[in-house]
Design a protein around this ligand. Structure first.
Ligand code: F6R
Length: 355
């Protein structure tokens, strides 16, 4: 049990001195501002002459690319690949649009891929707040979507997700999403009023879920357009709540995960599976959710559902992301940890920089 009362406002100032909560609440504003800015961006004419999109990024700067990939996969006729590694895949060529996304502009994996791309004819675009990536882009006359919003990379998601989506629309690869963008702002704002700190525990599903996850190992399941939202939940549990967390995706998880539900026993009893749902799921996927829950129940593993909000796929994705951001935030407070610092990531980056 925790002695933290999520309805006591004094804990927010004490445990969250950098105000991560404000960044989470600003997600709708980030999306709207980033969308307006990308719509004003002028892209070179030949950028629509491509046959694949490759997004370079790591962590909080990569997930926006994956969310876009899941959103457009049924509409877009060319592949979208998110590359989270050093260098470039060998299939990158001069008909590739390469988006290098790094909030800091100094992430070595992303810089390594971008440096390789500079020697090639691929069409390039950069999303960053500065750093070496911006410098390299400027020297090479590469268009930059400049993030002016001050936040930790994962807390500036609107500024990597929306520009990528907007670029695809501007280049004519997807239909006009302006109406869906207007919807997400409404959906997210409504959601915030239900999930923010002012909404008391008894009426606040995010605070309640965080309480149920306290002391558990969260495993987040997703499918289709909710697959990468599950990924985001996992990373937010890691980075905000400083907790172990895993995610898995339907239908693939039905071909392996279920066989391991009951062992080791002391771990199985500590797991809580959160299944993210969207009305866009096919009948077969819905059935898979049902049968999987039967198996979880038989194995004594706790589970529950979280449903997306809104009509459009875009709203459903971002609503799931936003709910997860709140839950991971409250879980951090329950664990009495500051959600902002990521000491271990900073340590790794420093050690790696020293060689
Ligand atoms: C930190 C975070 C990290 C970073 C990652 C890459 O809030 O989310 O996952 O996003 O270490 O750094 P950037 O985004 O600066 O390229």
């Amino acid at each position: 049990m925790t002695d933290i009362n999520l309805d006591d406002f004094s804990i927010y100032r004490k445990l969250d001195p950098e105000d991560m909560l404000a960044r989470i609440k600003e997600f709708p504003m980030q999306c709207s501002q980033a969308w307006q800015s990308v719509m004003k961006m002028v892209l070179p004419k030949n950028y629509s002459n491509i046959n694949q999109l490759v997004i370079l990024g790591m962590g909080g700067s990569a997930i926006g690319g994956d969310l876009v990939r899941t959103l457009v996969q049924e509409e877009m006729k060319i592949p979208v690949i998110v590359h989270r590694d050093y260098g470039l895949p060998a299939f990158v060529d001069d008909r590739t649009l390469l988006i290098a996304s790094s909030y800091s502009g100094n992430t070595e994996e992303t810089l390594s891929g971008f440096e390789s791309a500079l020697k090639m004819g691929a069409k390039k675009l950069v999303i960053t707040s500065g750093g070496k990536l911006e410098e390299m882009a400027k020297v090479n006359n590469i268009p930059v979507f400049k993030i002016k919003y001050k936040a930790l990379p994962r807390a500036a998601l609107g500024y990597s997700f929306m520009p990528t989506l907007g670029v695809l629309q501007k280049l004519g690869f997807i239909q006009d999403k302006s109406a869906d963008v207007a919807e997400i702002i409404q959906v997210l704002e409504k959601l915030s009023s239900k999930l923010d700190e002012k909404s008391p525990l008894k009426a606040n599903p995010a605070k309640q879920l965080a309480q149920r996850l306290f002391g558990c190992l969260p495993v987040v399941y997703g499918a289709g357009i909710a697959a990468e939202a599950a990924h985001r939940w996992k990373t937010q549990f890691n980075e905000n709540a400083k907790s172990w967390a895993f995610y898995d995706i339907f239908p693939e998880l039905n071909h392996n995960a279920a066989t391991g539900y009951s062992l080791p026993k002391d771990i199985a009893s500590k797991i809580r599976v959160v299944l993210l749902r969207s009305p866009t799921f096919s009948k077969r996927i819905k059935l898979r959710y049902d049968v999987t829950c039967e198996l979880l129940k038989q194995s004594g593993v706790a589970y529950e559902f979280v449903d997306s909000e809104g009509k459009s796929s875009l709203s459903q994705i971002v609503s799931l992301v936003s709910i997860g951001d709140y839950v991971s935030y409250y879980l951090a407070l329950l664990y009495k940890v500051d959600p902002s610092p990521i000491k271990y990531i900073d340590y790794l980056k420093e050690r790696l920089a020293k060689g």
